[in-house]
Design a binder for this molecule. Structure first.
Ligand code: SAM
Length: 209
């Protein structure tokens, strides 16, 4: 079932605010798991020609719907693939994600987070939601990301099921990415040269984090 209009409105709020700022620079947005385009449709009307908007959808049926729905838009690029295989020379100011972490193993979740981070601009925002019934963090890495970078949390009851919307501001993402690129064997605390490893304790320690 697609997200409700309430969740969609709240999920894109920060992006739309930036896009509506008259004096702004070009903005680049990455959407993960757009489904039928519930979030996408709210972002598109605010884009300018020099903005960038990539959406990555794995499901063939949804991909075809998206292609049909948004065929008249020249800025949106829809990529039909698994996000983990998505490569881009571009870095993004906003990553808005609907990827269902609840249903995937924590190792894969961690890979997805690392991949997301590698695509972030230094002051990027990552916006995503978790269904309240499945609110536990299966991945310690994700939990720690939220602990370190969460700027805003909001419960959206008017959604089926209710969802918790999380906004992370990835300050100094560049430093973080570099450290994630080379994870060695963890010491007894799970920290390697100041880097966090999955299965370690719950800290990411990197250049002051
Ligand atoms: C819960 S739906 C959300 C759809 C829409 N964003 C919404 O909120 O209504 C999750 C979407 O993520 C897509 N998805 C799941 N795993 C993916 C992956 N590894 N790469 C890209 N898309 C994925 C699914 O096909 C589905 O469209």
């Amino acid at each position: 079932m697609p997200s409700s209009r309430y969740l969609a409105r709240d999920a894109v709020r920060l992006i739309v605010e930036r896009l509506e700022n008259k004096g702004r620079d070009p903005v680049s947005i990455l959407e993960l798991g757009p489904g039928t385009g519930t979030f996408t449709e709210r972002i598109l009307p605010h884009l300018r020609d020099d903005d960038r908007f990539d959406a990555v959808e794995l499901n063939t049926y949804f991909y075809k719907i998206l292609r049909r729905r948004f065929k008249s838009n020249n800025i949106l690029k829809i990529h039909h693939q698994d996000f983990l295989t998505f490569q881009s020379e571009n870095k993004y100011d906003f990553v808005i994600s609907s990827l269902p972490y609840e249903g995937i193993p924590s190792k894969v979740t961690r890979k997805m987070w690392e991949h997301k981070l590698s695509l972030c601009n230094p002051d990027a925002y990552i916006i995503y939601y978790k269904y309240v019934n499945f609110n536990q963090f299966r991945s310690r890495f994700e939990k720690q990301m939220v602990r370190n970078y969460c700027e805003d949390k909001k419960l959206v009851f008017l959604n089926m099921p209710p969802a918790r919307l999380l906004t992370l501001k990835i300050n100094k993402a560049g430093d973080l990415n570099e450290s994630h690129g080379e994870v060695n064997a963890p010491d007894s605390n799970g920290i390697t040269n100041g880097k966090h490893t999955e299965g370690s304790d719950s800290r990411i320690v990197s250049n002051g984090y």
